[in-house]
Ligand binder design. Structure first.
Ligand SMILES: [Zn+2]
Length: 133
């Protein structure tokens, strides 16, 4: 198992999950397994509480808290956000075979680099989705 979800910082705090903890997880349907509880008898001595990063681990832009979530402020200029938006678009449009891995591979190719040059200039600068006239 390589991933399990904790949803947000509030959930991390509520379950008191700390760096280095051993946890019990539960799989629910096709979704990413969730952390159910911390096995306190296996907690390393001096384990530090987890805090969300202040800067995006992908693009290094500032991270802001918006409600329960922490969001990178770099919009579509952040490769992680661009990949997620494209994969979501492909899912909504029911484009078979254009999932997250394929989007990342496309982004790395010359074809992907050319397509980014054709994005409206404001999409590069602001990183925010806007209506194109
Ligand atoms: Zn980012």
């Amino acid at each position: 198992m390589s991933r399990a979800t904790l949803h947000n910082q509030d959930e991390v705090d509520r379950k008191d999950v700390r760096v280095g903890d051993t946890v019990r997880i539960r799989r629910a349907g096709d979704v990413i397994p969730e952390v159910v509880e911390v096995l306190l008898d296996k907690r390393p001595h001096g384990a530090a509480p987890f805090q969300m990063p202040r800067h995006c681990p992908v693009c290094k832009a500032r991270v802001d808290r918006v409600g329960a979530y922490h969001l990178c402020t770099n919009g579509l200029s952040c490769p992680a956000q661009l990949h997620a938006h494209l994969a979501h678009f492909a899912w909504v449009m029911d484009i078979v075979g254009l999932g997250g891995k394929t989007v990342k591979q496309l982004h790395r190719t010359r074809a992907g680099q050319r397509s980014r040059r054709h994005l409206p200039a404001h999409a590069h600068r602001s990183g925010r989705a806007r209506r194109v006239r």
